[in-house]
Design a protein. Structure first.
Lengths: 297, 290
């Protein structure tokens, strides 16, 4: 009996998605095995980490979170540069906080994104606020104005995926389709998107929840997505996955009431979802990021 | 396979209005049409009938005037059930009892009193079992109880409870597994299930293909009967073994990987549907498009 007899041969793989313009491209995914099963197959790129930046100063943050960014909160470019240079983020996730409010100026928001994209040294993920209409308007505009910058735009949901994906395709960007904690609906959205959108430009978001607030659902679904791709070779499920956890962790009372607890809350949430198969994690506190990176390495 | 026609059921507007108005005509017509279409039993689903348990008595009387088929009295209310049982000329089917204490106490004894067959679901007080072995465990206990009070296996129609594939695909696979072992754990017992629940939540125009193919698969696993849409002609033909080519393709897709290249779309759809039902490919509402 050989050692290899104990290993599983996997039929499927996860697509490798490249984001960012030439010169600052970063790749995500590309594995041919289950998470941390390096002994059974090619592992793909390391897990990538993004830190969040907001295009309008965030409100309601606890002091032990705010203080890390106190000097840059009003300046997204400085904020992003701090995340990259000081805290070691692989990407920046720019949250379009300025969409919140009445009649946001989409042109101005898009121009601002362009300016930020040009002044930072890492690829940019752009996240809407979860309002399907405003997100669609903003992301379509951004896709046009930032043509060629190979941004990663999200979230795309079943009500707005068509217009955003079409604009992303024209502008040469990647997308983040998001489904509501349901693997069948996750596949459904992928099936519809891949009829006109390349699989190599999709990073899927099966929806993440924080520890104590439903992470078990996220874990099982992400675990199954990865198994369906790698073990069962399902063409529609081969996209890398993103766990967008900052918001959900930092709205918990546990994270808000105590610094150490908050940092651990986010770090352990991130690590748990990496174990379940996330290829990319979007986080908020630099110390949580440092901890989870240390744990993995 | 024995077919129980589901088309007289309270969720239908026509039926609920006719029941309210005590209008015999549309109900009798539905029964006659189902019998003509090939239904072996006519299911009478009146819901819980809390306000008017006697509605079952009236309905059973009206329907047996119109058709010479056994009835399946479908309510969770034992008072309504007994009201129906008291007037049936042909021994009906009690649909249904379960392993819940209340059902054991009040519904099951009716099968003894009226000497008729009874549908016994795997439901227990703890809920619907979630895999084949917990289904087996639940039903063995309930069947043993039924035997004790004088109902032999031959008069029990085990209902493994079909779940919508769009909600919980692995449950469909577990149900097949359960059907495979049913005769080992309850020798001689019959079986039935609400087939249409499988496609609940699936796109309306695709519900038929899921139901039809699943029926053939269940038949192969020796499922005795199913509660079905009597007006799905192709489904009735499949159940009666009148479409051997389709049946053979379904069997082949169950046993091996069928190469679909070059096959006509209808056959490709069948193979894809078998794969989804067997859990070989992940379900999505557009499973035929991938």
């Amino acid at each position: 009996m050989q050692l290899n007899d104990f290993f599983e041969p996997y039929k499927g793989d996860v697509k490798e998605v490249a984001i960012g313009p030439e010169g600052k491209t970063v790749k995500i995914g590309g594995e041919k095995t289950l998470p941390f099963h390096a002994f059974e197959g090619q592992v793909g790129t390391p897990v990538r980490f993004a830190l969040e930046v907001f295009d309008a100063p965030p409100e309601g943050w606890p002091e032990h979170l705010r203080s890390s960014y106190a000097d840059v909160l009003a300046d997204p470019v400085a904020w992003a540069n701090k995340c990259v240079k000081q805290f070691g983020a692989d990407f920046i996730c720019l949250n379009l906080a300025s969409l919140d409010g009445e009649n946001p100026d989409m042109k101005r928001i898009a121009e601002n994104v362009k300016k930020i994209a040009e002044q930072i040294t890492v690829p940019l993920v752009i996240m809407g606020i979860g309002d399907k209409d405003k997100d669609a308007k903003a992301l379509v505009e951004i896709a046009k104005v930032c043509s060629g910058k190979n941004l990663l735009l999200g979230p795309l949901v079943k009500e707005n995926y068509e217009e955003i994906a079409k604009a992303a395709l024209e502008g040469g960007h990647g997308i983040i389709p998001q489904s509501p904690l349901d693997i069948n609906l996750c596949k459904e959205l992928n099936v519809k998107l891949t009829k006109f959108f390349p699989k190599e430009k999709m990073v899927i978001d099966p929806l993440s929840a924080a520890i104590g607030y439903g992470i078990d659902y996220s874990f099982s679904i992400m675990e199954r997505v990865k198994q369906v791709a790698v073990i069962h070779n399902d063409e529609m499920m081969k996209a890398p996955m993103v766990a967008n956890i900052g918001k959900d962790c930092w709205k918990t009372k546990e994270a808000k009431e105590d610094k150490t607890q908050g940092i651990l809350w986010e770090a352990i949430t991130a690590f748990t979802l990496v174990l379940s198969g996330a290829n990319m994690v979007i986080m908020r506190h630099p110390e949580s990021l440092r901890l989870v990176k240390k744990l993995i390495s | 396979m024995i077919l129980i026609g589901e088309n007289i059921q309270i969720l239908s507007k026509v039926v609920s209005n006719a029941l309210k108005e005590k209008d015999e005509k549309p109900l009798q017509e539905l029964a006659i049409r189902q019998a003509k279409a090939g239904a072996d039993y006519i299911d009478l689903n009146v819901g819980p009938a809390r306000k008017d348990p006697d509605v079952m008595k009236w309905l059973a009387g009206v329907i047996q005037e119109a058709v010479n088929k056994p009835l399946s009295l479908d309510t969770t209310n034992p008072v309504a059930m007994e009201a129906g049982l008291s007037v049936c000329k042909i021994p009906p089917l009690i649909n249904s009892a379960s392993g819940k204490q209340e059902s054991k106490d009040k519904m099951l004894p009716l099968a003894v009193k009226y000497n008729c067959d009874v549908v016994l679901s795997v439901l227990i007080d703890a809920g619907i079992p979630t895999d084949s072995s917990s289904r087996a465990e639940a039903i063995m206990e309930t069947v043993a109880y039924a035997n004790e009070i004088g109902i032999p296996n031959e008069r029990i129609w085990v209902d493994p409870i079909m779940m919508p594939i769009s909600v919980d695909q692995p449950q469909v696979v577990e149900l097949f597994e359960f059907m495979k072992i049913l005769q080992d754990i309850c020798p001689g017992a019959k079986s039935t299930l609400g087939l249409s629940n499988l496609s609940n939540g699936a796109p309306e125009h695709l519900r038929g293909i899921l139901n039809r193919i699943c029926l053939v698969m269940l038949d192969r696993y020796k499922c005795f009967s199913a509660i079905v849409d009597s007006f799905d002609e192709e489904l009735v033909k499949l159940a009666k073994g009148q479409l051997p080519d389709i049946q053979n393709l379904i069997y082949r897709a169950m046993d091996e990987e069928v190469d679909v290249s070059g096959l006509p779309k209808k056959e490709v759809d069948i193979v894809k549907t078998v794969n989804v039902l067997m859990g070989k490919s992940l379900y999505s509402h557009s499973w035929l498009e991938t």
